[in-house]
Design a protein around this ligand. Structure first.
Ligand code: SF4
Ligand code: SF4
Length: 56
């Protein structure tokens, strides 16, 4: 299991610096989570102002 960032993402970057395993990087117009790195901690979902990270 891993989190995924939905199209609601406004590319603010807040989640990327909070991820403990650096699984989040800037993608094409929004941020993306590397599912192989994500440890499912939920910090990105708590940090995001628009609720874009969702549990897949
Ligand atoms: Fe990083 Fe945790 Fe979000 Fe996975 S759930 S991308 S490990 S902050
Ligand atoms: Fe996108 Fe939310 Fe991450 Fe900001 S915190 S880059 S809006 S997923």
């Amino acid at each position: 299991m891993a989190y995924k960032i939905s199209d609601a993402c406004i590319a603010c970057g807040a989640c990327a610096s909070e991820c403990p395993v650096e699984a989040i990087s800037e993608g094409n117009g929004k941020y993306e989570i590397d599912a192989d790195k994500c440890i499912d901690c939920g910090t990105c979902a708590e940090t995001c102002p628009v609720g874009a990270p969702e549990q897949a």
